[in-house]
Design a protein around this ligand. Sequence first.
Ligand SMILES: C[S@@+](CC[C@H](N)C(=O)[O-])C[C@H]1O[C@@H](n2cnc3c(N)ncnc32)[C@H](O)[C@@H]1O
Length: 219
Amino acid sequence: MNAEFWIERWNQHQIGFHQKEINSYLTSMWSQTNLPIDSGILVPLCGKSLDMLWLADQKYRVVGIELSEVAASEFCAENSFLTTPQSIEGGYLWKFNSAISFICKDFFKVTAADTGKINGVYDRAALVALPPEMRKTYASHVTSLLEKGGKIFLVTFEYSQDKMKGPPFSVTKDEVSQLYGHDFIIDEITKVELKDQSRLAALPENEKILERVYILEKK
Ligand SMILES: C[S@@+](CC[C@H](N)C(=O)[O-])C[C@H]1O[C@@H](n2cnc3c(N)ncnc32)[C@H](O)[C@@H]1O
């Protein structure tokens, strides 16, 4: 899944991953991260997710990272953020009050200078959007941007990968452990068998899909 794949998806408006509601795991379980207000929360591969608004409402400093300028402009327009972007190295930055920084740039090129201090990461549909060969680099980069003691709130899917081509990809509990186990304490906070198959419509009917939510704490 290279940049062109995602740019094209946004240009064609094939964005079935976008949720019109705030994510229910976020609203019901985020408090378990115990991250204090004013913490910097990174939302990698953020699309135009409304979850950023919820995090900002909780008084966090939110930093969303997204490749597509279409996503950025829709996020602004749909939330009545009337502001012009400034150029940064390799992309653009929109600042909405002091609460949300929306950075339109390749996540793999984002630096700590771009994000500021990051104490938490919200990963919904980001790790699972990436093919296996990109996930190690992604996890290392997320780890490098996060302070010691910082937390990752991670939502994954698990299903038979041979029955459907991602994205979203299946990321097993073992893989989460391989990617993050060295640097993080991993706590699985819930596991839900999905009844609604709409986001994985290409799967044969009645295939088992598990959604797992983890909180990882950086050692
Ligand atoms: C499956 S979508 C999920 C979006 C968002 N997390 C959500 O919950 O709606 C993945 C997003 O990652 C973006 N993306 C993919 N590769 C990226 C990269 N290297 N840097 C920044 N954004 C990227 C895509 O444009 C797309 O909007």
